[in-house]
Structures are given as structure tokens and as C-alpha cells.
Design a protein around this ligand. Sequence first.
Ligand SMILES: Nc1nc2c(ncn2[C@@H]2O[C@H](COP(=O)(O)OP(=O)(O)OP(=O)(O)O)[C@@H](O)[C@H]2O)c(=O)[nH]1
Ligand SMILES: [Mg+2]
Length: 333
Amino acid sequence: MPQSESELAARVALADKVAVAAALNLIEDRRPQSRPRIDALLHALSGARASGLDHRVGLTGPPGVGKSTLTAALAREYRARGKTVGVLAVDPSSLRSGGALLGDRARMAFDPQDDGLFVRSLATAGDTGGLSSAANAGVEVLAVAYDRVLVETTGVGQTETDVEHVVDTVCLVIQPGSGDVLQFIKAGIMEIPDVIVVNKGDHGKLAQRAAADLRGALERLRSAGMGGEPAVWNLPVLVTSARDRDGIDALVDTFEAHLAAVSGEAQLARRTHGRVAWAISLFTRRFGEHGVATLGGREALHEKAEGALAQGLTPVGAAESLGALYLAAIKAG
Ligand SMILES: Nc1nc2c(ncn2[C@@H]2O[C@H](COP(=O)(O)OP(=O)(O)OP(=O)(O)O)[C@@H](O)[C@H]2O)c(=O)[nH]1
Ligand SMILES: [Mg+2]
């Protein structure tokens, strides 16, 4: 498909599946010589975005809890509500091939004939911790094409997945009887999710009990005065059965309510923060701690990245300009 990045972006905005696939292929290309094209695509995408409010939801949690099954059920519910949906399945932590992430059974639950639905796995082998730049860019592509973007990532901790940097709403998925709950609370991970789902609710009492335990623990955290800011949103705990498509309707309602609660300035701030994190991680992956130190440390780097983005650079472009600063400093020093 020989065409300019701006033509490609325009076709992505029309949710042309061939163009969306081509854009995702481009952003997955890790060769340095592809960076200018990726930068151009991201730039064009930011201009091509329709004015409607897109919503990005991340589903994260330990392996096997039913994230893919839940993602398929959610996509179906959104489609029933007239929303188009892009799904990105990302595995930031392992060398498992992208294709294996969305199991065949879950994949079969998606209708390939549906023009309002796009599903893609991203293999992110080679990245150590955090979401790859390709995952960040993939979300940008899908968000331009579709009303709702669902991002599935495996992992439960900040170090494993930075999904909160690419989505508006983080949904932590767990299953009953796994003992994960206490572990999450201990690890302080409860600060990341916006919604918690206990899936496999068809296991009956077990799921309801896990949800009640969680709600109790969260209540205790709240009354212990965790988090000084006024609560705009109280972390809800829901029970679903992705298998039986039970509780999916309520979960989508909760996502929409969260979007309404955070939209506007809070959502913009979160996205800006995510783009800064993206630029910084691109820079540090290339230039390491020495790069950070040379540019004056974490805080200075943060400010420089913010400045570059404020000037209209994409995160990829911002990382390039930080890289140029670094190289200049090395030369001068
Ligand atoms: N009983 C029951 N089983 C479920 C439910 N949801 C998913 N499963 C099953 O749990 C297994 C794992 O489901 P997946 O959707 O692949 O889980 P996942 O979290 O995406 O797994 P990874 O991507 O490998 O981390 C499959 O055998 C599903 O059929 C549910 O609501 N109830
Ligand atoms: Mg999965």
C-alpha cells in the first residue's frame, strides 16, 4: 500500500480495516529507519481524530482469569449499544507469541464480518517491563478508528504493565479463590485500577465472597484515610461471568460512568501524563540511565519531554529530540 502517512491516517479515521492493519504493521516495525514514518503517522493521526469522545479501557490481571473471554463479551455488548470497537491484546511481560494471547476460543467469539470491530494481538517480545512503544501507538491508531478501545494485558503490577498510561479506565480482572486479592492490597496495587472485576462468577458463592472481601478491604483502606484527594470515583467491585455473559451489561455501564466521571480535564491530564511516560520510556530504552543522568536526572527529563510534547511533537518525535539533546551534550562534554 504505497501512500503517505497522512493518507493512511485519513483512511484509519474512516475505520478502513485494511488501513488500520497497515498502520498497526507500521507501528510494530522496530527498525530505526521506520521511526520517521511512525512519527509522521502519529502526527497525522492526532489531526485525523474525529471530535467524538473515544474511550480506552484496559483489562489487566493474572494469566487465565478470563480477560480475553471478557474482552470478547464486552466488545459484543458495546456493538449491541452501537459503538464500534478496537481490541488490542498486548503481552508486555513474556516471549509468548502475540497470537497465543487471545486464545482461539476467545477469538472465535469475535465476528470477522463486522466492520465495526477490529481485533489485533501485538507481540512485544524484547521489551523489558512496561508497555512497548508499539502498544502505545497501537492504542492511538485504534482510538482514531473506533469509539471504544479495549486493551488486554497480562500482569498485575506497575512494573509489569503500564497499561494505566495508555487507557482512561483500568479494569483489574481476577478470579475467585486465587488469593490474589490480599496480594494486591499488600502490594499497593489497588491504587491503579478504576474498576475491579471478579470474573468466573458462575463459580457461585466463591466469587460473591471474594467480591465482598474486596469491598470490605477497600472500605477499610478508605476509612484509614488512604488518598488525600477528594474522591471523584469510588473503586467499584463487580462480579461477572464472561463465559455466561453475565454482568457484562453492568460492567459496560460502570465503564461509561467512569468515563463520565473523569472526562474533561482529568482525562486530558491522564493522557498527557501517559504521553510523557511514553516519550521518556522510548528515550531511556535507547540511552539508559546514562542518558537520564546526562539530561539532568528524571525530573529534568520529565520537564523536557513535557516541553517537547507541548510544542506539538509526538511522543516518538519528543524522544528523538531528547536523543538529539543527549548526543549534543555528549559531544560538548
Ligand atoms: N467458568 C468460567 N470460565 C471462564 C470464564 N471466563 C473465562 N473462562 C475460562 O478461563 C480460561 C481462560 O480464559 P481466557 O479468557 O483465555 O483468560 P485470559 O485471562 O485471557 O488468559 P491469558 O491471556 O492467558 O492471561 C478459558 O478456559 C476460559 O474458557 C468464566 O466467566 N467462567
Ligand atoms: Mg488472554
